[in-house]
Design a protein around this ligand. Structure first.
Ligand code: G3I
Length: 317
C-alpha cells in the first residue's frame, strides 16, 4: 500500500493530531503514513500546567519521544487560546501575565528543543459580524496590543521558532478579512512566520469557489501556509441528522479532492497538511457539535483501514 507522506513528499508534509493514547493504539498507521505530528491536546497550556502552577509533561513527552524516535516533525499547539488555559496567569498586573506566559514558553522551549513551529495564538478573532477580536481573558487583561505582545514574547524566548497564527472558518469571507488584517499587522513588524488554516470542513461548506478564493487570498500574504486541522464532516454544521449515506460520502470525497488539488497547486507556500486525528474512531467530530454521533471525517476508518478517499487522493499526486 502507498504511504501517504511518501506520495505527497514532492508537495508538503502530511501530519496528524495525536494523543498520548493514539501514539500507542495507532502507532503503526502513524509510522507508515505521517511525517509530522501535533498534540491534539497535550501541549496546550492548560494541559501542561495545573491551577497551582505545577507542571506535568509526561503525556506531551510520550508524543514528542514517539515522534523523534520515528523521525517525525513535531508542531507546537498552542500558547495563547481562550480554552484550555489557566486562570493564575491573569491574577496580577499586565506585566505579570506576560512574564508568566514567557516563563511557560521558556519551559516548553527547553523541554522540546526540536520543535521549530508553534501556534503562538489560536482563534483570537470573533466570528460575529462587525466584531474583530474575540472577548477573552487575554484581551481583557492585556488590551488589543496583546496580539503583538505575545508574538514579540515568543520571538524573544526562542528566535528559532517559526511563529504561527492559527484559526478556523478561515474560508468564510468576512472572517478572512479579519485574519488578513491581524496577520498583515504582525507581518509588517516581522513577528509572524506562517498562517495556520484549520480547515475543519463539512460537506456543505466551503464551496469549491470558496476553497480557491481562500488559498488565493492567504497566498497574497506571501507567508508559509499550514493546513493545520483538516477534516471533512459528513454533516453541515447545523445538520443534526445521524444517517451516513452514500451521497454524504461522495460529497465528502469531492470536497477532499478539491481541497487537496488546491493545496497541491499552492505547494510553494503550503508546507504541511495535517489531519485533526488519525482514524475515524477517535475524531473529535464524534462528539461535536452533536454528542455521541458517528462521523467519518478522516482518511482511515475505525478499523484503521484506508478508505476509498485515501486511494483517490493518492492518485492526484
Ligand atoms: O483531560 C480531561 C479528562 O481528564 C476528563 O476525564 C475528560 C472528561 O470529559 O475530559 C478531558 O478533557 C477533554 C480534552 O479534550 C482532552 O481529551 C475535554 O473534555 C474536551 O473538551 C477536549 O476537547 C478538545 C478541544 O479541542 C477542547 O477545546 C478536543 O479533543 C480537541 O480536538 C479540540 O481541538 C481544537 C483545537 O485545539 C483548536 N481548533 C479546534 C479544534 C477542535 O475543537
Amino acid at each position: 500500500m502507498e504511504k501517504l507522506c511518501k506520495v505527497f513528499e514532492p508537495y508538503f508534509k502530511i501530519g496528524a493530531a495525536v494523543s498520548s493514547v493514539t501514539v500507542k493504539t495507532h502507532a503503526e498507521l502513524l509510522k507508515q503514513h505521517f511525517n509530522l505530528v501535533v498534540c491534539e491536546n497535550e501541549m496546550k497550556l492548560g494541559e501542561l500546567v495545573d491551577d497551582n502552577g505545577v507542571y506535568d509533561f509526561s503525556k506531551a513527552d510520550s508524543i514528542y519521544n514517539f515522534a523523534r524516535e520515528n523521525g517525525m516533525e513535531v508542531h507546537g499547539h498552542n500558547f495563547v487560546w481562550h480554552w484550555q488555559s489557566r486562570d493564575f496567569l491573569f491574577l496580577g498586573s499586565r506585566e505579570d501575565t506576560l512574564q508568566k506566559l514567557g516563563e511557560h514558553m521558556k519551559k516548553v522551549a527547553e523541554r522540546y528543543p526540536d520543535i521549530t513551529t508553534f501556534d503562538v495564538l489560536n482563534e483570537a478573532i470573533d466570528d460575529k459580524h462587525g466584531l474583530y477580536l474575540r472577548e477573552t481573558k487575554w484581551l481583557e487583561k492585556l488590551g488589543e496590543e496583546y496580539i503583538r505582545d505575545v508574538f514579540a514574547l515568543a520571538r524573544k524566548i526562542n528566535p528559532k521558532w517559526k511563529l504561527i497564527y492559527n484559526d478556523y472558518n478561515e474560508y468564510v469571507p468576512e472572517k478572512q478579512d479579519k485574519i488578513i488584517k491581524l496577520v498583515s499587522a504582525l507581518k509588517s513588524e516581522g513577528l509572524i512566520d506562517g498562517i495556520g488554516m484549520q480547515a475543519h470542513l463539512n460537506i456543505e461548506s466551503p464551496t469549491a469557489d470558496e476553497v480557491k478564493r481562500c488559498f488565493e487570498r492567504y497566498a497574497a500574504l506571501d507567508l508559509p501556509m499550514r493546513v493545520s486541522e483538516l477534516d471533512v464532516s459528513l454533516f453541515g454544521f447545523d445538520d443534526h441528522s445521524t444517517d451516513i449515506t452514500a451521497e454524504r460520502i461522495s460529497r465528502q470525497e469531492a470536497l477532499y479532492i478539491e481541497y487537496f488539488r488546491t493545496c497541491m497547486e499552492y505547494k510553494q507556500l503550503v508546507d504541511s497538511v495535517t489531519f485533526w486525528g488519525v482514524s475515524d474512531e477517535t475524531s473529535w467530530l464524534n462528539g461535536f457539535p452533536v454528542k455521541k454521533r458517528e462521523n467519518r471525517p478522516l482518511l482511515f476508518d475505525k478499523n484503521q483501514q484506508p478508505k476509498e478517499i485515501f486511494y483517490k487522493l493518492c492518485e492526484l499526486a
